[in-house]
Design a protein around this ligand. Structure first.
Ligand code: IPM
Ligand code: MN
Length: 378
């Protein structure tokens, strides 16, 4: 197939990790006989420095006409004192909102060879396999009114039934394809928005009779997540809770650097690691590229519908981890690598296509993002 992929390296370690993921996609294209065309564009602090705008019009236009977007990370101390609309983060938020990406999938699983990498006991983390569905276009991140003065500041947490229902459907669909267990996380004992969240999820539940739904308050869920993670399957929550809980869940996996994400729901999907720009290690060949490489696998699966190719990339990462290879953030890795050499290992581990693809293994991920049933326009 032909596909046009927009690459937004961003700031800090972003350019280093996206370079490895792009190289993996190029290897996949070569081994499976596809033509992927990569186009780079500016976002975040890099875009502020070059154009004064963290999301230049040209970047958004390019994204809108591509089949998928791969992003590194944005932000850094250089831009911390800028006004909000000129901060790197507002570029990313405008991109998500502008593309209508309301469902952010963040899978968190514990690789068998990394059970000791977590500061939690191996018997707690072993076998963890979670799928966070974070609402991405609403809530406190975008709510109006909002204002700031040195004496008083306001943020607002709004949600409509429509906004909750569309992201909840994504979570129900994923749960149906997985272990049929949905945890919906809110703060309904305090927040009106959460009361509505709970009501909408309950109203939807009869349409998914196979799925067992449990509601949790976010404070107690934060504790349950790291004391009994195996009890959960799909976790549905609003924007800010999802941001916080997914970083917390990274402790289970052993490193934030391992975790990928897919943002879906609009006409083109955005794929990015959940980690930030890590300015302290930027440019030193130390960042873990796996979160971005697994994001590229999600891009293959969700945007391009290439499930055998996605599986080939996931398996390459698994083989490399199993061999004890890793970057410095992975406690217990017996073969230490830099960003580039770990990326190269993973590319070497990508096996050529097999004749038959085991559909079942992949079915848990087969959810597709947009209301039209396609998250790309090929
Ligand atoms: C994430 C990041 C972003 C967020 C920031 C960079 C705006 O933390 O993707 O988790 O808060 O959504
Ligand atoms: Mn975050």
């Amino acid at each position: 197939m032909d596909a046009r992929i927009t690459v937004l390296p961003g700031d800090g370690v972003g350019p280093e990790v996206t370079a490895e993921a792009v190289a993996c996609l190029a290897t996949i294209a070569e081994r499976f006989g596809h033509r992927f065309q990569f186009q780079e564009a500016l976002i975040g602090g890099a875009a502020v420095d070059a154009t004064g705008d963290p999301l230049p019009e040209a970047t958004l236009a390019l994204c809108r006409t591509s089949d998928a977007i791969l992003l590194g990370a944005v932000g850094g101390p250089a831009w911390d004192r800028h006004p909000r609309d000129q901060r790197p983060e507002s570029g990313l938020l405008r991109l998500r909102k502008g593309l209508g990406l309301y469902a952010n999938l963040r899978p968190v699983s514990v690789h068998p060879s990394l059970e000791d990498a977590s500061p939690l006991k191996p018997e707690i983390v072993r076998g963890t396999d979670l799928m966070f569905v974070r609402e991405l276009s609403g809530g406190l991140y975008f709510g109006e009114p909002r204002s700031y003065s040195d004496e008083a500041a306001v943020n607002t947490l709004p949600y409509t039934r429509v906004e909750i229902e569309r992201v909840a459907r994504v979570a129900f669909d994923l749960a149906t394809a997985r272990r049929k267990n949905l945890a919906s996380v809110d703060k309904a004992n305090v927040l009106e928005t959460s009361r509505l969240w709970r009501k909408v999820v309950d109203d939807l539940a009869p349409a998914y009779p196979e799925v067992k739904v449990q509601h949790h308050y976010v404070d107690s869920f934060a504790m349950a997540l790291i004391t009994r993670p195996r009890d959960f399957d799909v976790v549905l929550t609003e924007n800010l809770f999802g941001d916080i809980l997914s970083d917390e869940a990274a402790v289970l996996a052993g490193s934030l650097g391992l975790l990928p994400s897919a943002s879906l729901g609009g006409s083109v999907g955005l794929f990015e690691p959940i980690h930030g720009s890590a300015p302290d290690i930027a440019g030193q060949d130390r960042a873990n590229p796996i979160g971005t490489i697994l994001s590229a696998a999600m891009l293959l699966r969700h945007a391009l519908k290439l499930s055998a190719e996605a599986l080939a990339l996931d398996s390459a990462v698994n083989r490399v981890l199993k061999g004890g290879h890793g970057t410095g953030d992975l406690k217990g890795a017996s073969h230490l690598h830099g960003t580039r050499s770990l990326g190269a290992r993973i590319r070497e581990a990508i096996r050529p296509p097999r004749k038959k693809v085991p559909r079942l293994v992949d079915s848990a991920y087969s959810w597709c993002g947009s209301p039209e049933g396609h998250s790309s326009n090929h």
